[in-house]
Design a protein around this ligand. Structure first.
Ligand code: PMP
Length: 429
């Protein structure tokens, strides 16, 4: 298995100490000792190319962010109930990055995780609308708190879903003709709203990850979400963009994934890369959406928006916005896409290559005509790449879509290394 006696002892100890709900990556798990840029190093000094971790989107141990954290930690780390210029300066800078009305007039609230941000968004939406129903895509994931796990069907059939949750099909651009995707989603949303209204729940919110990561990564067409937002709002619901995956430049052409769809959301939630690894997340709201909630409740999150988190977030945002970073990421993304498409021409198992910016999916199939998913091959490739010291993962309902999501500082040379390892892995399978 590639594991030595010490690794086996570690895994047994882990199971005993952390319990049974945790999962390690890879058939031969990796014991990581340190990270630098796009590389991770195991305890024996072996180097791994990390083409998966979008949390550290500026690379592992990014010096500018690390320095900002250390500097602030030396001075002060406290919560948001004191007057602090840094908190407001960051809020202002963050809001200025949003297109449309929400950027001009919105406000921001800070949390520690994407789950908390979605949990808060859901509370605000239900309070504002007085309705309970929620619509998501069929394999959506929106987080791990009780309330958001209950609107995350991707957690599987044993997870209890909210009785007022309704799902719509993912925009599967591999199987549905592009022209049909938008009308189909609009029709399904309208149908589910009717059903929720019939039951007396009504619609509080439609929540969506605009790149549909857990559904299998679908980035086109981009004209489907604006009509959905209109239908939802007409019925009194809110449109929530979950930017935990697609935000902070992942799509390279825009800082926020929803902008690709030309939609103006009521609430936007964000997290993961916001502090380049330091826990910081948040949500922004249109003023009219948060008004009643602010009057009737109060909100405090002990660690959300603490001084150090804000310093990390500030350094991260400034670096993402530094001249050339996203342009370069976009160029490297283009090389990656072209390389994956070339592999697609050579290997029968590759049914579809899709993605944008620096986020790509490679869908593996048993049969290109029938488009039947191939679960075993997906896992075999992820593990084969790991054995060649290149780290990725898989997504989609059958985990048959290779999920390639490198740091925004990925270079052409990193790209070549990944493509070469993938080529060799496919050839060996
Ligand atoms: N929303 C989406 C789209 C996510 O991908 C995730 C995390 N995978 C979350 C929310 C939850 O974020 P966190 O793990 O920071 O709570």
């Amino acid at each position: 298995s590639g594991l030595d006696a010490e690794d086996i002892r570690h895994i047994e100890r882990r199971k005993r100490l952390l319990g049974p709900a945790y999962r390690l990556f890879y058939r031969t798990p990796v014991k990581i000792a340190r990270g630098e840029g796009v590389f991770l190093y195991d305890d024996k000094g072996h180097q791994y190319l990390d083409a998966y971790n979008n949390v550290v989107s500026l690379g592992h141990s990014s010096p500018r962010v690390v320095d900002a954290i250390k500097e602030q930690l030396d001075i002060l780390c406290t919560h948001s109930r004191y007057m602090q210029d840094g908190l407001l300066d960051y809020a202002e800078r963050l809001l200025a990055t949003f297109d449309g009305e929400i950027g001009r007039t919105g406000c921001v609230m800070f949390t520690c995780t994407g789950s908390e941000a979605n949990d808060l968004a859901l509370r605000v939406a239900r309070h504002r609308t007085g309705k309970r129903g929620v619509i998501v895509t069929s394999e959506a994931y929106h987080g791990n708190s009780g309330a958001v796990a209950a609107i995350s069907p991707s957690l599987g059939k044993h997870s209890t879903l909210d009785p007022s949750l309704r799902t719509v099909s993912a925009p599967d651009s591999y199987r549905i003709p592009l022209a049909e995707i938008g009308p189909r989603m609009a029709a399904e949303v309208a149908q589910q709203i009717k059903d929720l209204e019939r039951r007396g729940d009504g619609i509080a919110a439609f929540i969506v990850d605009s790149v549909f990561s857990s559904d299998g990564l679908f980035v086109n067409p981009t004209d489907i979400l604006a009509p959905v937002a209109e239908i939802v709002r007409k019925a009194g619901g809110l449109f929530i963009a979950d930017e935990v995956q697609s935000g902070f430049g992942r799509t390279c052409d825009h800082l926020w994934g929803y902008s690709r769809h030309g939609v103006d959301p009521d609430i936007v939630t964000m997290g993961k890369p916001m502090g380049n690894g330091y826990p910081v997340a948040g949500a922004i709201f249109r003023p009219e959406v948060i008004e009643d909630f602010g009057r009737d409740m109060r909100y405090f999150n002990t660690f959300g928006g603490n001084t150090v988190a804000i310093a990390a977030a500030r350094a991260t945002l400034d670096t993402i916005l530094s001249p050339g970073l996203l342009t370069n990421a976009s160029k490297v993304g283009g090389t990656l896409l072209a390389g994956l498409q070339q592999l697609g021409q050579r290997y029968e198992q590759i049914g579809d290559v899709r993605g944008t910016g620096l986020y790509y999916g490679v869908e593996l199939v048993k049969d290109r005509v029938a488009k039947t998913t191939d679960i075993d091959v997906g896992l075999a490739i992820v593990n084969g790449l790991r054995d060649r010291r290149v780290l990725i993962s898989a997504t989609g309902p059958d985990a048959n879509v290779l999920k390639i999501r490198p740091q925004l500082i990925f270079s052409e040379a990193n790209c070549d290394q990944l493509l070469d390892a993938l080529d060799k892995t496919l050839a060996a399978i």
